[in-house]
Design a protein around this ligand. Structure first.
Ligand SMILES: [Zn+2]
Ligand SMILES: [Zn+2]
Length: 337
């Protein structure tokens, strides 16, 4: 090979490496998936999230805890975690008590809080963060000495005060205590005048946008999603949004009048196109290239050969005009972004 050819090849490789470096966003978060289905017992919405370099987690929603922790431990998602030799607790309980510093609850539907209620007796004192709407539902209808003992810090005569309620203001950043993260809360519309939440979580200069259950603006006839897209467009331009986790409960075949405040692939695609246009009106197809979109809350249909997840995967990829990177995590898995 001639000298000039070698030089050319070296130059091209260097150029490629530089480009990869420019495009790559530094990872800032790790997320351990304790549950991610849209209601299957033992695998309901719960995601432990922390800064990549820390084990101070917030648990976003708490549909499944113990079962998810068992799976995550089997998958070695906690890396080199070893239970201290003298410890009497199980590994699951140890992590539940010590690693999870608080719960960030998007809404009080049972598939997002079931494990919070059932594990309360073995849990340690910590925080529950939720919007005023969700906190009232939790306090009035769950931790009310009728459905469950009152493990909270308010409501009924004798609150057990294991969980300190912290009500989240809308659109304002507040610190998630004992972690390296803060959160900004948005409302989402979840059918029939019901309010759920989306959380923009920040660590250093990096952000992660989590959606609890939500419907699209078109079906819900409001502009909750549009407002959220408006709020994160600039972050995406500046490459400071590392990933979005959003639900896609049903395949496209689900009729619009039977969505119950959830999304399906064609509606999620429309919403992402809305976001893309907010970022780059002239060339929206370039706006979200390779952005990580983590799909949650796929609902099973109870059939023997349930193929809902594969159908949703296929329909999302087929309509992926924006070239986003769809991620379909499994229970127990650790993902970094
Ligand atoms: Zn819900
Ligand atoms: Zn749900």
């Amino acid at each position: 090979m001639r000298k000039i050819e070698i030089l050319l090849i070296t130059f091209t490789i260097l150029l490629l490496l530089a480009e990869t470096r420019l495009n790559a966003q530094d990872k800032a978060f790790k997320c351990i998936v304790l549950g991610n289905s849209g209601g299957t017992e033992g695998n309901m919405s719960a995601y432990m999230l922390s800064n990549l370099k820390s084990d101070n987690y917030i648990c976003i929603d708490a549909g499944t805890l113990y079962n998810g922790l068992s799976k995550a431990l089997k998958e070695k998602s906690f890396g080199k975690f070893k239970l201290p030799k003298t410890e009497k607790l199980s590994s699951e309980t140890y992590i539940l008590k010590n690693y999870i510093k608080g719960y960030l609850i998007s809404h009080a539907h049972i598939d997002h809080i079931a494990a919070l209620v059932s594990n309360a007796p073995i849990d340690s004192r910590k925080y529950i963060y939720a919007s005023q709407y969700t906190m009232e539902n939790l306090s009035n209808h769950i931790f009310n000495e009728r459905i469950s003992a009152n493990w909270g810090s308010e409501g009924t005569k004798n609150p057990l005060k294991k969980y300190k309620y912290i009500t989240l203001p809308q659109n304002n950043d507040i610190d998630l205590n004992e972690t390296e993260m803060s959160v900004k809360t948005f409302y989402t519309s979840h059918g029939n005048d019901y309010i759920s939440s989306a959380f923009l979580i920040k660590s250093g200069d990096s952000h992660f946008l989590y959606f609890g259950d939500c419907g699209s603006d078109e079906i819900e006839r409001n502009n909750y999603m549009f407002e959220i897209w408006n709020s994160v467009a600039e972050l995406i331009k500046e490459k400071k949004l590392n990933a979005i986790m959003i639900e896609c409960s049903y395949p496209d075949e689900q009729p619009d009048n039977m969505l119950y405040g959830h999304l399906k692939p064609c509606l999620l695609t429309k919403e992402l196109n809305q976001l893309a246009r907010r970022i780059n009106e002239k060339e929206p197809e370039k706006a979200l290239k390779a952005l990580k979109i983590i799909i949650s809350h796929v609902k099973g249909n109870g059939e023997k050969n349930d193929n809902s997840l594969n159908t949703i995967k296929y329909q999302l990829e087929k309509a992926n005009n924006l070239d986003v990177k769809y991620i379909f995590p499994e229970q127990g898995e650790k993902i970094e972004f």
